[in-house]
Design a binder for this molecule. Structure first.
Ligand code: AMP
Length: 305
């Protein structure tokens, strides 16, 4: 089942202890689409400026990605983000965010983007997420990601957006910040009363947890000795998670299916952090994903209980 995603398409300037890149292709929707397109066709909705290059568009369309709803705004500037990481790659500082063409953006989705059964509302202004959600009333699975900035400056619209989705994917610290609850499980359980039936707590290099009303599941991150740039890991994780679910939507949304989606998400994200921006995932193959899935399974299995 095809997937529609709305979110940032960006130029990112990133510095980590291992190097830096200026104005590389980034954005939440970009990272998501590159990962989710391993599983199903992805339709990207979002604006870019006149400064957005043809080469960047080609990278976004590496696999089965429909770019018909990527709107090029005449005279506009592409969303820009500047971030820096210290030795602890789990925390980063945002040095600059320029919304550019996202300011005043009115999404007008094509017939095909509106017909998707799966929708991912990637990190962007919550009102925009709600607006797009409203254009796909029949979607069967809708997931949403956000970040501390929107919790700080637009909490009420964000809560309203969350109320209208099936699944919330957020960093664990952001789940605590959003609910004001210091305990992750309590925070997730509160959000389960707002509307979503699935909560995914991303925990950076420590992995991710899945919380539903009936169950709990957690996976460590795939162990890597070389991590270069975590930018986009969360969106790549979401691409693996939502992409896998979209490919199995004919089945019931069982615990087994959600756990398998967590494993695919974990593996996709592990590739993303090995190089800057989209560099690694652009040339990733299905065979590499399958090999790492098998390794992840073997390192998380135990017996004797
Ligand atoms: P992640 O590392 O998964 O949290 O995602 C990083 C990506 O999100 C970068 O490529 C940025 O372009 C994008 N990004 C950063 N800040 C924002 C924001 N305020 N709104 C939307 N996208 C953002």
């Amino acid at each position: 089942m095809s997937i529609t995603v709305v979110g940032s398409i960006a130029y990112d300037t990133v510095k980590t202890p291992f190097g830096e890149r200026e104005r590389m292709l980034g954005g939440a929707a970009t990272h998501f689409a590159l990962a989710a397109s391993f599983f199903e066709q992805v339709r990207v909705v979002g604006p870019v400026g006149e400064d957005f290059g043809e080469r960047q568009l080609q990278i976004m369309g590496t696999r089965d990605v429909d770019l018909a709803d990527v709107e090029r705004v005449a005279g506009g500037k592409t969303f820009f983000w500047h971030g820096e990481y210290g030795w602890d790659l789990n925390s980063r500082e945002t040095l600059d965010t320029q919304l550019g063409v996202f300011e005043g953006f009115q999404p007008k989705l094509s017939e095909s983007s509106r017909s998707s059964e799966v929708l991912f509302l990637a990190n962007i202004q919550p009102d925009l997420q709600r607006e797009v959600r409203g254009q796909l009333p029949q979607a069967r699975f809708v997931a949403l990601d956000s970040m501390n900035l929107w919790i700080e400056i637009a909490r009420d619209p964000l809560v309203a957006a969350i109320e209208g989705v099936d699944c919330l994917i957020l960093n664990d610290a952001e789940l605590r910040q959003l609910t004001g609850k210091p305990n992750l499980l309590t925070a997730a359980r509160e959000i389960l009363t707002w509307g979503p039936s699935v909560i995914v707590a991303k925990q950076g290099e420590y992995g991710a947890a899945l919380i539903t009303t009936e169950s709990f599941f957690a996976l460590p991150a795939y162990p890597l000795e070389t991590v270069i740039d975590p930018t986009g890991a969360g969106d790549t994780f979401a691409g693996g998670f939502v992409g896998y679910i979209a490919a199995h939507l004919q089945e019931e949304l069982s615990d087994e299916l959600l756990r398998s989606a967590m494993a695919h998400a974990t593996v996709l994200a592990s590739f993303n952090v090995e190089e800057f921006g989209t560099e690694r995932v652009q040339r990733l193959t299905r065979e590499e994903i399958d090999a790492r899935l098998a390794e992840l399974r073997s390192i998380t299995q135990f017996s004797g209980v």
